[in-house]
Structure formats: C-alpha cells, structure tokens
Design a protein around this ligand. Structure first.
Ligand code: FES
Length: 77
C-alpha cells in the first residue's frame, strides 16, 4: 500500500526502514524520501513508526527536533 504518493513509498518500504534501524519519522524520511514534499503522509508515517519501532511505544503528537532539523514536510504543523 502506498503511504507517500508524492515519493512513491509503500508501507513495506517504511517497515524495511524501521527494520534497518530507523527510529523516528525523520529517520524514515531520510532513508525513503517519504514526507518531504507535500507532507500529507506524515501522520501515516508517524503511526507506522509508533506501531512498529521498538523504542516508540507511545504516540507522539509533536514533531521532535530531528524531524524539524531534516525539514520533514508538515513537521511544523
Ligand atoms: S504524500 Fe508524502 S510527501 Fe506528499
């Protein structure tokens, strides 16, 4: 299933990124390119990271410093 239509990134791509060590939305964005254009997929990215990242058990509502630093689209919303 496509999560980021702008950059043609699927849920499998995101899960693979997490399996390879991504621990936040910024890591996934850096590795896959997801979330760096219109930002409409950020909440879906965040949900996947929260559901599947071993160190992200709780859902966050605010972007962290790393997300703002790499310029993930929508991080400042
Ligand atoms: S849908 Fe992901 S950046 Fe636009």
């Amino acid at each position: 299933m496509y999560v980021c239509h702008c950059n043609v990134v699927t849920d499998r791509d995101i899960l693979e990124s997490i399996a390879n060590g991504a621990r936040c939305v910024a890591d996934v964005a850096r590795e896959t390119g997801a979330g760096r254009t219109c930002g409409n997929c950020i909440s879906s990215l965040r949900d996947l990271v929260c559901q599947h990242c071993p160190v992200r058990a709780e859902r966050r509502t605010e972007p962290d410093a790393a997300e703002r630093e790499v310029g993930v689209a929508g991080a400042a919303r």
